[in-house]
Design a protein around this ligand. Structure first.
Ligand SMILES: C[S@@+](CC[C@H](N)C(=O)[O-])C[C@H]1O[C@@H](n2cnc3c(N)ncnc32)[C@H](O)[C@@H]1O
Length: 307
């Protein structure tokens, strides 16, 4: 379970937001058919140090079992099948296990799938190395197609066609990610810390590709490409993570843009990160190893239901 001081910044539980969501809002995107799960997708657990984009390591491993769905929906029979597409190491796949009879994680990367298998003990969770555009699944067999921080990599029209093929009538599609603009708050140096992370991102954007644009416009193209009439996009959902400086530096390193930088110029990327770290340390002073920073980001999601 949660260690003290850390909270799961999930979206909305029984009509309330957790205290770590900044503004007061409840936009539970309920789908029309109430016998299908309401996809509460924005449960921000980030629990590994691999090069998964946005993997914020906050020492809250156990909290991934926090229920994703409102209690009234958890009491019924589990839904049959959920698929986590672009599952990486399975951090969003495992929490689905309690809500579905079977969960399948799919990822192009064999090494990610191997790691997901190693870190999963739930017997009803399986993994396959395969693509979002060609899922090894029967027509109309899936209750939930989910993708966390991954859909901006997919070939959009092919993925949407495939999601429409595998979903049952009434099945749901849930895609979420975060905006690449951050704020850091800590005592009276918030402005400086935010300027450092903004400048850092501005350098890293040079190593980005078109998936950045899809994230920066908060999945607008993805939303438009969803082939179902029952769909909605929720943007600017504020989320806050309490982070140590080490967590923050780990987060920067986990961004794929930093990984591209590293591949192209290992020494340049390493020195860049060292300079960023020095700026943070100079700003935070002697206690830089002890501080807990408030790392603010906004998330967005696209939710839809096949009729
Ligand atoms: C940023 S990671 C997110 C992983 C995981 N969902 C998470 O949040 O921890 C994106 C993942 O999508 C996978 N991926 C990218 N394109 C894919 C595709 N076309 N089909 C399946 N997986 C894909 C990558 O291999 C990577 O593991």
């Amino acid at each position: 379970m949660l260690r003290s001081g850390h909270h799961t910044p999930h979206m909305c539980k029984r009509g309330r937001l957790t205290p770590r969501i900044r503004r007061s809002r409840c936009r539970t995107p309920c789908m029309r058919r109430r016998d299908h799960p309401t996809p509460h997708v924005l449960k921000g657990k980030h629990t590994h140090r691999r090069h998964t984009e946005g993997a914020i390591h906050t020492h809250t491993e156990g909290a991934i079992h926090t229920p994703l769905l409102p209690e009234e929906l958890q009491k019924g029979k589990p839904f049959e099948l959920a698929v986590d597409v672009g599952c990486g190491t399975g951090r969003y796949t495992r929490p689905l296990a309690v809500h579905f009879e079977k969960v399948i994680g799919i990822d192009l990367s064999e090494s990610q799938i191997n790691e997901a298998r190693r870190s999963t003990s739930e017997e009803n969770v399986l993994y396959h190395t395969s693509s979002a555009e060609e899922m090894p699944l029967k027509d109309a067999s899936v209750d939930l197609v989910f993708a966390g921080l991954a859909a901006h990599w997919f070939i959009l029209d092919k993925f949407m066609q495939e999601a429409a093929r595998v979903l049952k009538p009434g099945g749901c599609l849930a895609l979420h990610a975060f905006h690449l603009k951050f704020e850091i708050q800590y005592q009276d140096v918030s402005e400086t810390l935010t300027a450092i992370i903004t400048e850092t991102m501005n350098v890293l954007f040079k190593y980005g590709d078109k998936s950045n644009d899809v994230m920066m416009n908060q999945y607008r193209e993805l939303f438009e490409a969803v082939p179902f009439a029952d769909k909605q996009r929720t943007t600017d959902i504020p989320v806050m993570y309490p982070l140590s400086l080490a967590d923050l530096l780990g987060f920067i390193q986990s961004l794929y843009m930093y990984q591209v930088f590293l591949k192209q110029d290992r020494d340049g990327a390493t020195e860049f990160l060292q300079r960023v770290e020095k700026r943070f340390r100079d700003t935070l002073g002697e206690s830089s190893n002890q501080v807990t920073l408030e790392f603010h980001m906004t998330c967005f999601c696209v939710l839809a239901c096949k009729s």
